[in-house]
Design a protein around this ligand. Structure first.
Ligand code: GDP
Ligand code: GDP
Length: 419
């Protein structure tokens, strides 16, 4: 589930991390080259001529990792001489390099000679345990290209434009200006920024259906759920799945076959209802869908059933008759929640349908089907945010038990969690 989205996000984390670390390495290398060449200049000055003979090791590039060479303690004169030379060196501009500050910060005794780890990074340093020398600040320039690439790739993955833009902007705001102290910080900060951006997108106030059923029961009423959406998205299967879900919680649902328009719709729903052992209220094909729904509510009241699940005709969202018909059902039974059923595999189309149905009848929640087969995750990420309504359930397969309540944290875990 959502594998390609997950890959994109981890790819971006890797890219940003690699780019910034590489820049830092290059900058450090430049510093080192500069220091070596400046040192060469100094060693050629008459003042240092004698000492440089004693310090041959330092002057030879490539042998630095042997350690900081000790000034041979021949006699007091030599000692004095070496102190003098070191002082001279420190007073040079490069003597004030950040390398020295770092040594200071780490609380080590101030070593005025060339620090060894500067020249060849140690294993610890390579693994990110060591500090970035210059405590780099992330700039827009560092991440712009990579985030643009991510935005394009999210759009290709059916993430809605406004959602992709918000993710990129949130990440940029979060990262630009952050100070990097360790190599590993970059990946960590990027991951956190992306995680936050995606959590923000998914944060749409949900509905506690269980609490709603109990509340309605106290009022002596069933909870009325009306299912809308176009044909083929998995609407009838989802009704059977939701019924199964609540039967498992100990409730008694009844189904209303209010798609009286499509040939075979009543039969299809009857087949599901029989399989899961749920009462279905149906009229003849072409009957008034609102009347069927009304009868189902009456049945639930009379029988003390807690839920009424109303199917509706699933034609295109642009069909005026269909929309009028849904409005009539809404007027007649006054459903507690109107649930839009959308197919995750249709990506942006599902989002657009949700928008149209929301405009026409007002949607309270979403059921996103076929998430099990969806690698892109674009609809799952976008649909709730675009119409500002929660995804309540996702379909995870073809059997009646393949449904789960959708929690934003779960999706975040799916796309950022371990394999
Ligand atoms: P309707 O025309 O909207 O009522 O669609 P159906 O309920 O008949 O479903 C259409 C097809 O999608 C059927 O083959 C279902 O088994 C399949 N389907 C529905 N939900 C899911 C799901 O969550 N995952 C998968 N893999 N298939 C599903
Ligand atoms: P089409 O040619 O298949 O699109 O069917 P029509 O639009 O000509 O409609 C045929 C009959 O079905 C007419 O009496 C319409 O009022 C009715 N009708 C059209 N759309 C719907 C619908 O979505 N639901 C219901 N129940 N009836 C509809």
């Amino acid at each position: 589930m959502f594998e390609s989205l997950k890959k994109k996000l981890s790819g971006t984390i890797g890219q940003i991390s690699e780019k910034i670390s590489k820049e830092e390495e290059e900058a450090q290398k430049e510093d080192k080259d500069k220091e070596i060449s400046e040192k060469k200049d100094i060693s050629e000055t008459p003042l240092e001529k004698d000492i440089s003979e004693n310090e041959e090791d330092i002057a030879k590039p490539g042998e630095e990792d042997k350690g900081v060479p000790e000034i041979p303690k021949k006699d007091e004169t030599d000692k004095e001489e070496s102190k003098k030379t070191k002082k001279t060196r420190i007073s040079r501009p490069w003597g004030k390099s950040k390398t020295k500050e770092k040594t200071k910060e780490e609380g080590k005794p101030e070593d005025k000679s060339l620090p060894r780890e500067e020249i060849e990074p140690s294993e610890d340093e390579k693994s990110g345990l060591f500090s970035f020398v210059r405590h780099k600040t992330i700039s827009e320039n560092d991440i712009d290209d990579i985030l643009f690439e991510l935005e394009m790739s999210l759009l290709e993955g059916d993430v809605a434009l406004e959602v992709a833009e918000q993710i990129i902007n949130t990440v940029k705001e979060d990262l630009v200006g952050r100070k990097i102290k360790r190599r590993s910080d970059v990946a960590e900060f990027t991951r956190d920024a992306l995680k936050k951006a995606i959590s923000d997108i998914l944060a749409v106030e949900g509905q506690d259906l269980d609490a709603l059923i109990k509340l309605k029961k106290k009022q002596g009423e069933p909870l009325k759920l009306m299912f809308v959406g176009i044909n083929g998205t998995g609407k009838t299967t989802s009704i059977a799945k939701v019924a199964t879900y609540f039967i498992d919680k100990g409730y008694k649902p009844v189904i209303a076959a209010s798609d009286t328009f499509r040939a075979g719709a009543i039969e299809q729903l009857t087949h599901h209802a029989d399989k899961i052992g749920v009462k279905i209220i149906k009229h003849k094909k072409g009957a008034d869908p609102a009347a069927v729904a009304f009868d189902a509510v009456e049945h639930a009241r009379a029988q003390g059933k807690e839920l009424v699940l109303v199917d509706t005709a699933g034609r295109m969202q642009t069909n005026v008759n269909l929309m009028d018909e849904m409005k009539k059902i809404k007027r007649v039974i006054n459903p507690d929640l109107i649930l839009f059923v959308g197919d995750a595999l249709t990506g942006n189309d599902a989002v657009e349908q949700a928008r149209k149905f929301d405009d026409a009848v007002g949607i309270d929640g979403i059921i996103l089907t076929k998430a099990d087969a969806d690698a892109k995750g674009g609809a799952a990420l976008s649909i709730g945010h675009v119409i500002n309504k929660p995804i309540l359930f996702i379909g995870t397969g073809q059997s009646y038990s393949d449904i789960m309540e959708f929690r934003p944290e779960w999706m975040v875990e799916q796309v950022f969690g371990e394999e």
